[in-house]
Design a protein around this ligand. Sequence first.
Ligand code: NDP
Length: 331
Amino acid sequence: MNYQASQSRYQQMSYRRCGNSGLQLPAISLGLWQNFGHVDLRSTFEQVLHTAFDLGITHFDLANNYGPPPGSAESNFGDIMQGNFGKYRDEMIISTKAGYTMWDGPYGDWGSKKYLVASLNQSLKRMKLDYVDIFYHHRPDPNTSLEETMAALDLIVRQGKALYAGISNYPPDQAQQAFDMLKQLGTPCLIHQPKYSMFVRTPEEGLLDVLGQNKVGCIAFSPLAQGMLTDKYLNGIPDQSRASRNPSLKPDQITPVKLNAIRQLNAIAEQRGQKLAEMAVAWLLRDDRVTSVLIGASKVAHVQDACNALKNINFTAAELSAIDEILKNLD
Ligand code: NDP
């Protein structure tokens, strides 16, 4: 597809410094976990990528296993980068990860140096890139020493295969240990990627404090709770929605209690003149320790909604306490 980026792409997006690093990330980033695999329609996801970049979304987040099938999101992204999109490489921050099951045998999972180095080599080939900007360890490994995993991240950065190192899904105590080790190795941790949304507030139980104290950035994944924090499920489960076609969001997760909360949140969003999706994104950005909100999108309109959130990220004390009250009663 012949693509020329919008001239106005840097006018609406805001950029936030990632911890105390030199890197700024867009307040909204786009993740390719779902909707970018070989099972998906290239014309749609290519348009989603172009729209995102046109709106100032400079950060694209991948992982070795994104698809389906695993690896196909990276391959598809690489194919699109081979076209006109790739000429903007220096305006982009591209991340990938390893940590979940990727290939058979003892070297295709978890956190050994063997797995991380081999996996990143494969990811670079699939994406047809010389380097990624951020390489993450995707989840803690209870059976590999943290020293080994952090040494692998340090090695990868020293080799120039990634510019920065990150961790994902680490609880606060292990995150602190990882930050200390990486600092000592001379490759300070850039960023942590936790699950964080109005429905999953775990990072508020210590992680955000650790990130703030260590001046490490935070990028919140599944900010819309996979689509639940939108108006999509208010009247049942539409065809083609994630809950109707992907086991990562099962219909029985959308409980009557959750639906009730979604309705009440939707009413607050309406009073603010926002869609619920916009308010859910804005709510995460209320905390300046959150560097970026990492959305998923199956349509161009989803990217536009997330970017529209930036028009109002301020909340009154009354709005915040009304939201807290609704979220207190979740199952
Ligand atoms: P979200 O919570 O943003 O959910 C995205 C989904 O919500 C979309 O695919 C779409 O689903 C629906 N949606 C989005 N916007 C709207 C809207 N405005 N109105 C109605 N529905 C909407 O994020 P994801 O769960 O997709 O995760 C985002 C990214 O986070 C991933 O791509 C990945 O990069 C990262 N991630 C990281 C993990 C980790 O372990 N580090 C784990 C999971 C994700 P539908 O298909 O129904 O249209």
